[in-house]
Design a protein around this ligand. Structure first.
Ligand SMILES: Cc1cc2nc3c(=O)[nH]c(=O)nc-3n(C[C@H](O)[C@H](O)[C@H](O)COP(=O)(O)OP(=O)(O)OC[C@H]3O[C@@H](n4cnc5c(N)ncnc54)[C@H](O)[C@@H]3O)c2cc1C
Length: 451
């Protein structure tokens, strides 16, 4: 046996697996990452954005959402209370490695009042406690993890795992893209969203059962920070859910970035919009996504292809991201450079093409987005302004879900799969927590002397 445990992927889930195993005194761990080491990653290289030490977490906004309801599906495996405790434990590890002390959204009378006002506006507020690392601090925290592991785990970057080796229903190791084979007793696969297609292929060849996850499609909204600061100063982000009047479709706010910036993201040749914020550097605007979750009509069962199709359409029409003033959308006309230059909300992302989002979104999505904005206006006057900017499209793809046990083990013995790539998580905290679960299960087996 070359190693006791191979971990594939050095995103938050893989890193937390390694850190937990090392803390428990387990030896013989190799962590393999296809991307670059942290110091060699640059924001300007699209390949570095999602891959390398820290995975997608390296350039994320670093919001650690202490909620069992968002950021993953761990609540399907663990009871509410122990799960919350696990998330708190995970969060403390981030704090111990340099994440800022402040937690937003602590229960308060003010927050309760806000939840009631939201309800009156037809919106459900999901209360969440959030620790905000901030994009500029993520690197330091990830570097802290790297330091903590460097003597205890064999870390290899720039090395891609090609395939998973299994025999008689048991994992035997992995083979690498450069032809090497590594034998091991346990394999933990943590490939993230960027490795989801590879993971799907591995699952197929190992005959692991998978189910398609939904796709969420929508826009990124940008408006003056003052419109939302009553809530964002108190709870950083407000997660609000609305069921649209016309289609009774679930629409939600997502990834709110107070005083933040809108950014472009490229994945598999498709450009989509996203947002982030710094812990210290502040813009005048707040941005957040409005996402529509559609339940498709049978027999259609390929939500990822649908999401790609809509994103490609926006890229085809706008050469990338399209921006439109809400006033123009409602008046049935495109935004032009001249109209955007007169817009009272100054765009933080200036490379978007002024255009018409009604050429991109299906009717039901557009109507649901507009109805959500109307509902938000009742809660935060100013949202439904002509000068609110809408960037399209924002698409959230989730990986296919692989059938796993509450210990994160697949049907192949000693093969564990965790994080976003396994469809278990959609955020830093649940991804990291899933790594802890897999590590603890492995450590128990090793201590028991079992296989
Ligand atoms: C712009 C942006 C902002 C975000 N902001 C937030 C936020 O504020 N809060 C939040 O909770 N979440 C946020 N997220 C999501 C968060 O980053 C992810 O949920 C989290 O990183 C998932 O962790 P992971 O370990 O599962 O996967 P990843 O972080 O994606 O890491 C997977 C790693 O595995 C490697 N890999 C894949 N396949 C192989 C292979 N075959 N061989 C070797 N290596 C492989 C990849 O290169 C990658 O480095 C954001 C994401 C993005 C893109």
């Amino acid at each position: 046996m070359d190693y006791e445990i191979v971990i594939v992927g050095a995103g938050p889930s893989g890193i937390f697996t390694a850190m937990t195993l090392a803390e428990l005194g387990i030896k013989g761990i190799i962590l393999i990452e296809q991307g670059k080491d942290l110091d060699h990653r640059t924001r300007s290289d699209p390949e570095d954005m999602l891959c390398g030490w820290g995975g997608a977490g390296a350039y994320s906004d670093g919001k650690l959402t202490l909620s069992t309801e968002v950021g993953g599906i761990l609540k399907e495996f663990i009871e509410e209370r122990p799960l919350y405790q696990l998330l708190e434990e995970t969060d403390k590890i981030y704090a111990a490695h340099g994440a800022p002390d402040r937690i937003f959204g602590e229960p308060s009378h003010q927050l309760e009042e806000f939840a009631i006002r939201a309800r009156l506006a037809g919106l459900e507020l999901i209360p969440t406690r959030i620790r905000h690392i901030g994009t500029e601090n993520c690197r330091a925290v990830l570097s802290g993890f790297r330091q903590a592991l460097k003597e205890r785990v064999d870390i290899r970057t720039g090395l891609k795992v090609q395939g998973l080796l299994a025999e008689d229903g048991r994992i035997m190791g992995v083979n690498l893209a450069d032809g090497q084979i590594i034998h091991s007793r346990f394999v933990v696969v943590a490939p993230g969203r960027s490795g989801a297609a590879w993971m799907k292929h591995q699952a197929e060849s190992l005959r692991l059962k998978t189910t398609a996850s939904p796709v969420d499609i929508g826009v990124r909204v940008e408006l003056p920070a003052v419109v939302f600061n009553g809530i964002t100063d108190m709870s950083y982000e407000s997660k609000l859910i609305h069921y649209s009047r016309t289609f009774d479709e679930k629409v939600r706010t997502f990834c709110m970035n107070p005083y933040g910036e809108v950014v472009a993201e490229e994945n598999a040749g498709i450009i989509t919009v996203n947002g982030h914020s710094y812990a210290t550097k502040k813009s005048d605007n707040t941005n957040f996504a409005i996402l529509v979750s559609s339940a498709f009509t049978e027999p259609f069962d390929d939500p990822i292809a649908y999401g790609h199709y809509i994103a490609r359409l926006a890229n085809l029409l706008g050469g990338g991201i399209i921006v439109q003033r809400l006033g123009d959308l409602l008046a049935g006309r495109r935004s032009t450079r001249e109209r955007i230059s007169r817009c009272l909300t100054r765009p933080t992302y200036t490379n978007a093409t002024p255009g018409d989002l009604s050429f991109v979104f299906p009717y039901r999505h557009l109507v649901s987005i507009i109805e959500m904005l109307e509902a938000l206006e009742k809660l935060a006057p100013g949202v439904y302004s002509r000068n609110t900017l809408l960037y399209g499209v924002e698409v959230k793809f989730y990986s296919n879900r692989i059938e796993i046990s509450p210990e994160m083990e697949t049907k192949i013995k000693n093969l564990f799969t965790i994080g976003d790539g396994a469809g278990v998580s959609r955020g830093l905290l649940q991804a990291s927590a899933s790594g802890i679960l897999a590590a603890r299960a492995i450590a128990r087996r090793i201590e028991d002397g079992g296989v």
